[in-house]
Design a protein around this ligand. Structure first.
Ligand code: ZN
Length: 88
């Protein structure tokens, strides 16, 4: 896949869609493909996205739902905290 100096992984779109849009896509793609830490086993760089919001770890095999472009979203962190507080 084409990568460019200016728009990185969004370089696969060639000269299409305009620079500002491709720069925005670059930020999202970089976040999606970055090395994330598995929330179950703590392995780094072993998580990958199956589909929008669905993440899997290559090490422990867990599948979970998270953010669209990151394994955990801000809302998920907030809910986890709130739920733990309520149940214990
Ligand atoms: Zn894991």
């Amino acid at each position: 896949m084409g990568r460019t100096k200016v728009v990185g992984p969004a370089g696969r779109y060639g000269a299409r869609y305009g620079v500002s849009v491709r720069k925005r896509v670059r930020d999202i793609l970089l976040r999606k493909n970055a090395k994330h830490t598995c929330p179950f086993c703590g392995a780094r760089g072993k998580t990958y996205r199956i589909s929008t919001g669905i993440w899997k770890c290559r090490k422990c095999g867990n599948t979970w739902t998270g953010g669209a472009y990151t394994p955990t979203s801000g809302l998920a962190t907030y809910l986890k905290k709130t739920i733990t507080k309520e149940w214990t």
